[in-house]
Design a protein around this ligand. Structure first.
Ligand code: PMT
Length: 221
């Protein structure tokens, strides 16, 4: 199927985890593989969009026709994404960004002792929230990875972060969310409607997500 309406649309997709450094050998991260974001980037590029993929540390090949920018930390992802926003038609935030990072990074490897270790953590910047605050024409799509109360938490994120769509997925059901090649999602739209995408491949879910977003974008139907 051809999608001339996506041609030259500027799309920014974020994918993968971030890593927050503790010392030269240790970091805090999460289980995101990047597969969901990479398949969304691949699908948008296949439709003719001009796609920038901001990727955390993952071991995935760059999808055909996609411009990839690699980052490590939440702060780096913030800087790169913010620099892209003003000319983006669509931003999809599939990355699992760390919410906290060590307040201090040790330049030397931390030595162990028999005492319990406490690492003080500070909040990272909430990229989606700031995109929502600055938003003018850009269509903003966030994800919500939840273990419980999926609908309630997704609706809270939709409102609080001023997103147009939140794609909610479970992170405890088999075959959903992190790491695998499949996912099941519920999309919550600003106008109060929602749409279910039953368990399917991440590639197929990406087609369905872009089909669902298309009517929100100017010139894309
Ligand atoms: O990468 P895979 O292995 O394929 O797994 C896919 C996925 C489960 C990671 C993906 O489908 C997903 O749900 N991504 C979002 C994970 C997440 O961090 O959810 P959250 O509910 O903690 O965050 C909500 C939204 O805010 C997300 O769009 C996130 O990108 C964004 N966020 C969060 C924190 C932060 N500091 N800045 C942000 O922009």
């Amino acid at each position: 199927k051809s999608h001339p309406e996506w041609h030259n649309k500027k799309v920014v997709v974020t994918a993968g985890p971030t890593q927050e450094v503790i010392d030269p050998v240790r970091f805090l991260s999460n289980r995101s593989s990047g597969k969901m974001g990479f398949s969304l980037a691949a699908e948008a590029a296949a439709r003719g969009a001009d796609v920038t993929l901001v990727a955390g540390p993952v071991s995935l090949p760059t999808p055909h026709g996609v411009k990839r920018m690699d980052v490590v930390s939440a702060e780096e992802m913030y800087q790169i994404v913010m620099a892209q926003t003003s000319h983006a038609d669509l931003i999809i935030k599939a990355a699992a960004v760390a919410d906290y990072r060590p307040a201090e990074t040790s330049e030397k490897k931390m030595k162990k002792s028999n005492d319990p270790l406490e690492i003080k953590m500070e909040r990272t910047k909430d990229i989606l929230m700031e995109l929502g605050q600055r938003k003018e024409k850009t269509v903003l799509v966030g994800f919500a990875a939840e273990s419980n109360n999926i609908k309630e938490y997704a609706l809270q994120k939709l409102a609080k972060k001023n997103a147009d769509v939140i794609c909610a997925n479970s992170v405890i059901e088999a075959g959903h969310g992190f790491q695998g090649d499949t996912n099941a999602l519920t999309l919550f739209f600003k106008n109060g409607t929602s749409a279910d995408i039953p368990l399917t491949s991440k590639a197929d879910a990406s087609r369905k997500i872009l089909d669902a977003i298309a009517p929100l974008m100017e010139g894309v139907k």
